[in-house]
Design a protein around this ligand. Structure first.
Ligand code: 2P0
Length: 320
């Protein structure tokens, strides 16, 4: 009754922002992401007779704040009359800071919970269960480039291109650590209820997905760069125009964008994307990764650089 799973976070190039069904956690828009290789979350789930409540350790410390969402994730996979569980989660990168730690955590927890109970579920079913806990987690059930489609009654996940077929690199510039002020679920609802740009954002998403899908299909970096940056800035415009406004950037975030623009001007194949946090992710071709890492490391206010390739799907592993 014990299993351990590893999942890697994913970075959306065409973003998920907004929900159409908050109870089922169904997104208002589809999204396209890349799953990363070097950042990872390992979760072990042990279902135990005689436990009166779930227990959660995050990076070795008891964590009451995350416990209700992790328990709800187990309920989704195993049903509410399940045995209580002891859970341990370890991430090798800052959590709750706009680095998609909820994606890797809920993907790994879903896979570990199903493994602990010996359920044989397909990847699509696991992805839907993970997505019910955290929308972006559904995408980490697949490796490489992944599309989350918003179908009539549920989501469907489609791998678009595997890691070896287009081995892009991602340089993550950490400009600030520590948890963010507003969680994604709450922030998305504020945007839906108050941002004058929200309806246009939703209406334009299908076009952005089409353009990105075609770019990935042709391995057209320039086209992917243009649509991904545009989509990212549109999402942040929705957030900035919300009431209260949600500005996740800091001054170093902006300086990183200027660094990426300078690198582009020098002919480097690189583009930026930013999620609901102050970190900047620079996606580039392997030949450009050294120049991009060095330039971002030298950008004032950048605390740390992480470089990663694209990675594989969430999976069961031997033990924690
Ligand atoms: C994304 N984000 O597509 C977008 C871009 C952040 C900005 O998915 O409410 O933690 O748990 O379903 O998955 C972060 O949101 O949201 C996210 P919930 P989640 O990656």
């Amino acid at each position: 009754m014990q299993a351990t799973a590893i999942a890697q976070p994913n970075i959306a190039l065409i973003k998920y922002w907004g929900k159409r069904d908050i109870d089922r956690n169904l997104p208002a828009v589809g999204s396209i992401s890349i799953t990363l290789s070097d950042l990872q979350t390992k979760v072990s789930v042990e279902l135990r007779d005689g436990l009166s409540d779930d227990i959660l350790l995050v990076n070795g410390d008891e964590n009451q704040a995350m416990l209700p969402r992790m328990s709800a994730c187990l309920d989704k996979v195993l049903g509410q009359s399940r045995l209580r569980a002891s859970m341990q989660s370890h991430s090798n990168f800052p959590i709750a800071a706009g680095l998609a730690s909820s994606a890797s955590a809920f993907a790994a927890t879903t896979v570990a919970a199903a493994g602990a109970a010996n359920l044989s579920l397909g990847t699509q079913d696991l992805a839907r269960l993970a997505g019910a806990s955290s929308g972006s987690a559904a995408r980490s059930l697949y490796g490489g480039f992944v599309e989350l489609k918003n179908a009539d009654d549920n989501i469907t996940l489609t791998p678009l291109c595997d890691v070896d077929s287009w081995p892009l690199q991602v340089v993550v510039a950490i400009t600030q650590t520590g948890p963010k002020a507003t969680g994604s679920t709450e922030a998305m609802e504020i945007s839906r209820e108050t941002s004058p740009f929200y309806d246009n954002w939703v209406a334009q998403q299908e076009y952005d997905l089409e353009v990105a899908r075609a770019a990935i299909d042709r391995r057209d970096f320039a086209q992917l760069a243009t649509i991904a940056e545009h989509n990212c800035l549109k999402m942040h415009s929705v957030m900035w125009a919300s009431r209260p406004p949600m500005v996740f950037w800091n001054a170093a975030t902006m300086r990183c964008l200027q660094t990426v623009r300078r690198l582009q001007g020098e002919g480097h194949q690189v583009f930026f994307t930013i999620d609901a946090g102050p970190q900047v992710k620079a996606v580039c071709l392997p030949a450009d990764v050294d120049a991009v890492s060095q330039a971002l490391a030298e950008t004032s206010g950048v605390q740390e650089i992480m470089t990663t390739g694209l990675g594989s799907a969430a999976r069961l592993v031997e033990s924690l």
